[in-house]
Design a protein. Structure first.
Length: 165
């Protein structure tokens, strides 16, 4: 399975100045629960904003300018196709999660089977946005809605209803 995992604001903002412009403890917990034991593919800037490889996951960083490797759980690929091929050849894990940034998401949307989205119920200023996609290609389920005094948000799952493009 190829999945996209993302958190964005109602206006599709993902980030601002290379950082995530919010902190949601539940969203980080959901990311960890869904991706642990699987493959996570992300762009170089996303990886550098995290600052380290993710424990208990194979991390593949997309980059044409830097190399990221360790003995078993961190690898560099030069394209999304190369990352997906590497994961298929080297990981005995069944699920691949695409974790950003915006250009990687845009390339992955036609390839994904499911999208796990945390949508924040606010318009937030930012300079990076999640790409538009045809929602008619997916069945949307709202899994949980979290209301709080800071930022209400909800967990959504989009399951592709037709074949991949």
């Amino acid at each position: 399975m190829i999945a996209i995992i993302a958190a964005y604001a109602r206006n599709r903002v993902l980030g601002r100045d290379g950082q995530i412009p919010w902190k949601l403890d539940g969203e980080q917990k959901r990311f960890r629960e869904l991706t642990t034991g699987n493959v996570v593919v992300m762009g170089r800037r996303t990886y550098e904003s995290i600052g380290r490889r993710l424990p208990n996951r194979m991390t593949i960083v997309l980059s044409n300018t830097k190399e990221f490797t360790d003995f078993c759980n961190l690898h560099t690929a030069h394209s999304l196709k190369e990352a997906l091929d590497y994961a298929a050849d080297h990981a005995d894990l069944s699920d691949i999660f695409i974790a950003g940034g915006a250009n990687v998401y845009e390339e992955a949307i036609p390839l994904c089977d499911v999208m796990y989205i945390t949508e924040i119920d606010a318009d937030i200023d930012g300079d990076v946005r999640f790409p538009d996609f045809n929602q008619a290609d997916f069945k949307k389920t709202i899994n949980d809605r979290i209301t709080n005094d800071v930022l209400p948000y909800q967990y959504e799952t989009f399951i592709r209803t037709g074949g991949r493009r």
